[in-house]
Design a protein around this ligand. Structure first.
Ligand code: GAR
Length: 211
């Protein structure tokens, strides 16, 4: 099986969706590490409760020295020897050096239909722009922020009266379908993108799990 490291910063609901799918016996991958930049991240406790190895490197003592922070991340990752790294709500920008080290093996989930709305506050920006639809993307990580080949997208409708929170919850429900579908395919060596349509069944995901 392919070894998968998952990098998180928060609640880790996408991480849980990935772990749940990898727990199925037919899955081509298995988790080798959940790594956070926040030792107190709720997702760390959730992963270890499921018997998955966890580790954390706080970015705080490194201040502005991203290279030193990333060297420490690399050391922890190398110890776990992953074939694939999934960024799942990892909220630190990664430098070119780090990204290049893992390029072709590192995936990210982003809450917009890329190339629209790179960066933060994607749901509020999509509402402000009057979009009729929104969604999420999984892509290969390249040095440009929220760029790189698209490995899958899921769309959701924007509804009259939506708040950023309501829209975020609708998108998150689709993230939990999309990321496992993409990882399954990618781990099997297939880089064709996954396109998911909104099925209406994931309207009210457990927001608590998002942390
Ligand atoms: C998810 O919506 C993910 O797409 C987003 O953070 C959330 C993490 O939730 N990622 C980014 O915004 C990356 N820039 P989770 O911790 O419950 O998976």
């Amino acid at each position: 099986k392919k070894r998968v490291a998952i990098m998180i910063s928060g609640g880790g609901s996408n991480m849980l969706a990935l772990l749940e799918d990898m727990a199925r016996p037919d899955h081509p991958a298995a988790p080798c590490l959940v790594l956070s930049n926040d030792p107190g991240a709720a997702g760390i406790a959730r992963a270890s409760a499921r018997g998955v190895a966890t580790d954390a490197v706080s970015h705080k003592p490194f201040g502005k020295d991203r290279a030193a922070f990333e060297a420490e991340l690399t050391a922890r990752l190398e110890a776990a020897n992953p074939d694939i790294i999934c960024l799942a709500g990892f909220m630190r920008v990664l430098t070119e050096g780090f990204v290049t080290r893992w390029q072709g093996r590192m995936l990210n989930i982003h809450p917009s239909l890329l190339p629209k709305y790179r960066g933060l506050h994607t749901h509020a920006r999509a509402l402000e722009a009057g979009e009729a639809e929104h969604g999420c993307s999984v892509h290969e990580v390249t040095p440009e922020l929220d760029d790189g080949p698209i490995l899958g997208q899921a769309r959701v409708p924007v509804r009259a009266g939506d708040t950023a929170e309501a829209l975020a919850a609708r998108v998150l429900g689709q993230e939990h379908r999309l990321y496992p579908a993409v990882l399954r395919r990618f781990a099997a060596g297939d880089r064709r993108p996954v396109w998911l349509d909104f099925d209406g069944r994931h309207e009210a995901p457990e927001r608590g799990a998002a942390g």
